[in-house]
Design a protein around this ligand. Structure first.
Ligand code: CAA
Length: 378
């Protein structure tokens, strides 16, 4: 499944994560700010634009490569994953559904590092039930006038543009009245809510986005009118592979911390790694992490080979979302009291893991998607 290029990408991403990101992870968590110099280095490395086509300044890489990079970065710092979002939710709508002009304007900017994007489906009344959005886009001559409020938007406080899902036809049945628009942050009527104070991934900024009579030119309609929900679901399918990779990386990071700590910690006259309970815990954790890895790369392989991968992406997201929570819990338990203090990385990994089974579709939504497809014989 892996080629030489994937081994090379893993080596480069691991070196970057170990040398550049890991030493800053505590600082990022504590300050809630992403260091500008580190962002610059990340942009230079091009890990943020693995899946953006070369024509628009990216690497033109496959999804396996994006998953590898996400896994390696998340293993050292959960917050840093937001910096490589152009590979998934901020770039996805344009990569898969944008026209040449839209790609040239927005994708190229993200690849260069001059633009930050965001993805706006969720609203106060539309979370898991994504199609029940209230944001409307009314036609006015050649433009659309957008009104509504999006919430929990990753990059909300700092984005330069956002893909907004809004109803162009409020009377249409089901999801056929939803359309997608690229909305720029400096347009009149665009504003942001407060930066949310979160439990984890504190270096990733989150806020509401408020749209009050925002005039959007028709050139910024993504795809066709009424295609918005399918765009949203299609992009989320691929995004779920990268979120699963994030969960996998966090789980691997938690396992690495457990191995390191249990070798060093002496109790009852010997290293606690010498106790069978510890050995069984490590064996169990390592086996589960490897299962997660197989699910992630199976889904990425299906996507890269042009096959349907909705079920496989949901399985990877479901499993790895739960996996990082479980492995970080067990690793913290092996750390004892030391795991509960901020001097040890596992305290941060434990908090950073909590979001993975929630965002880009909760574990429960993934189970709905999986069972729906199993019943349909897919
Ligand atoms: N790809 C393409 N089309 C799809 C699709 C997919 N994966 N899944 C569904 N569709 C299509 C269906 O074919 C159907 O089309 P037709 O009407 O033509 O048949 C249409 O979409 C409606 O499908 P459903 O009836 O299944 O839709 P639903 O309203 O029952 O919702 C759901 C299904 C799976 C529950 C969906 O609402 C969902 O995924 N909810 C979770 C939302 C989510 O993941 N939110 C995360 C937000 S992003 C985020 O978290 C990032 C951040 O910044 C924090």
């Amino acid at each position: 499944m892996f080629e030489k290029k994937h081994e090379m990408i893993r080596k480069l991403a691991r070196e970057f994560a170990e040398n550049e990101i890991a030493p800053r992870a505590q600082e990022i968590d504590k300050t809630g700010e992403y260091p500008a110099d580190l962002r610059e280095k990340l942009i230079k490395s091009k890990f943020h634009c693995v899946t953006i086509p070369e024509e628009y300044g990216g690497c033109g890489g496959d999804y396996k490569s994006a998953a590898i990079v996400t896994e390696e970065i998340a293993a050292k710092c959960g917050s840093s994953v937001t910096q490589i979002m152009p590979n998934s939710l901020s770039g996805g709508p344009l990569i898969y559904f944008g026209n040449h002009e839209q790609k040239k304007k927005y994708l190229q900017g993200m690849a260069e590092g001059s633009l930050i994007g965001a993805f706006g489906i969720t609203e106060p009344g539309a979370g898991s039930d994504a199609s029940s959005i209230d944001t409307v886009a009314e036609k006015d001559g050649d433009d659309y006038i957008l009104n509504g409020r999006k919430c929990f938007i990753t990059n909300g406080p700092i984005c330069d543009f956002i893909t907004v899902f809004a109803k162009t036809d409020t009377k249409a049945k089901g999801v056929s009245g939803i359309s997608a628009f690229i909305v720029e942050a400096d347009w009149n009527g665009f504003s942001r809510g407060k930066n949310e104070d979160k439990l984890g991934i504190k270096g990733s900024k989150t806020s509401d986005i408020i749209l009050e009579n925002v005039r959007v030119p028709k050139e910024n309609l993504l795809g066709r009118e009424g295609q918005g929900f399918k765009i949203c679901m299609g992009v989320l399918d691929s995004g779920r592979i990268t979120v699963a990779s994030q969960g996998l990386g966090l789980a691997q990071g938690a396992l690495d911390e457990a191995v390191k700590f249990t070798k060093e910690r002496i109790q009852f006259g010997k290293s606690i790694a010498k106790f069978q309970n510890t050995q069984f815990e490590i064996a169990d954790m390592a086996t589960k992490v490897q299962c997660g890895r197989h699910l992630v790369f199976n889904a990425a392989h299906m996507k890269d080979s042009g096959r349907s991968y909705t079920k496989e992406a949901a399985m990877a997201k479901y499993y790895c979302g739960e996996l990082c929570n479980e492995i970080s819990y067990r690793s913290l338990q092996l750390h004892g009291g030391y795991g509960f203090i901020k001097d040890y990385d596992i305290e941060r990994i434990y908090r950073d893991s909590r979001i993975v089974s929630i965002y880009e579709g909760t574990s429960e939504i993934q189970k709905l998607v999986i069972s729906g497809m199993v019943y349909a014989g897919k």
